[in-house]
Design a protein around this ligand. Structure first.
Ligand code: 13P
Length: 248
């Protein structure tokens, strides 16, 4: 059985004071222990979040990292630095990083390898643009992103991997993929995993949907066979909404 994973991607939001309020609010609520709840906070807040979350079941994630361990890479954060803060997960290849900061599949692959080597579980993001979907290219685009991101990743890491399908046209737009469309794409991703790692592995890896996920839509989404969780932006910034998402 795959444990559901609901991750809140705060993106570039919240000062330390605001973050503390939100984290303490979440900590005070009762979250379903059969669901893995993850908060993906800005770098500036990781250290404080670690202290507050230490004795809770809520997992901590960073939103990016560089693949090198140290050196002359001004402005970057390394896996060793994240490990020092006992970060559990790291989002890699989010579409905002791909589109705004020019990250390629090759860069994402290097980061995935590095994260795994340092014991940090990657949440690998993939997704198509509206234009690609309108040209019926979405399955090809997304499964190619999956294949390239996982190039030379050993099968022993399969249970540490999470792949988040986030169609770019559904992010922050209020437009969400239907639960059928989300399930269908996640099924194609699972088939790709079968092709790369075999059937057993494809049943172990956890797959999320992301893109305007809200408390009103989570139940139907999570009922779908291939949906193991959600990667949530906007709605994760409100303790009430995030709690409802985790307790779907
Ligand atoms: P929204 O939930 O705000 O659409 O953001 C989705 C997302 O990009 C999560 O990584």
């Amino acid at each position: 059985m795959r444990k559901p994973i609901i991750a809140g991607n705060w993106k570039m939001n919240n000062t330390i004071r605001e973050g503390l309020e939100l984290i303490n609010d979440l900590k005070a609520r009762s979250l379903d222990e059969d669901v893995e709840a993850v908060v993906c906070v800005p770098f500036t807040f990781l250290s404080e979040a670690r202290k507050v979350l230490r004795d809770t079941g809520i997992k901590l994630a960073a939103q990016n990292m560089y693949h090198e361990e140290s050196g002359a890479f001004t402005g970057e954060v390394s896996p060793i630095m994240l490990k020092e803060l006992e970060v559990d997960y790291v989002i890699l290849g989010h579409s905002e990083r791909r589109q705004i900061f020019g990250e390629t599949d090759e860069m994402v692959n290097a980061k995935v390898k590095s994260a795994l080597r340092h014991g940090i579980k990657p949440i690998i993001c993939v997704g198509e643009t509206l234009e690609e979907r309108e040209n019926n290219k979405e399955v090809e685009i997304v499964t190619t992103q999956v294949e390239k991101s996982l190039k030379e990743i050993d099968i022993r890491y399969i249970e540490d991997l999470v792949i988040a399908y986030e169609p770019i046209w559904a992010i922050g737009t209020g437009k969400t993929a239907s639960s059928e469309d989300a399930n269908s794409m996640l099924s194609s991703i699972r088939e790709k995993i079968t092709e790369l790692y075999g059937k057993e592995s494809s049943e172990i890896i956890r797959l999320q949907y992301g893109g305007s996920v809200k408390p009103e839509t989570i139940k139907e989404l999570m009922e779908k066979e291939n949906v193991d969780g959600a990667l949530v932006g906007g709605a994760s910034l409100k303790a009430n909404d995030f709690t409802q998402l985790v307790n779907f």
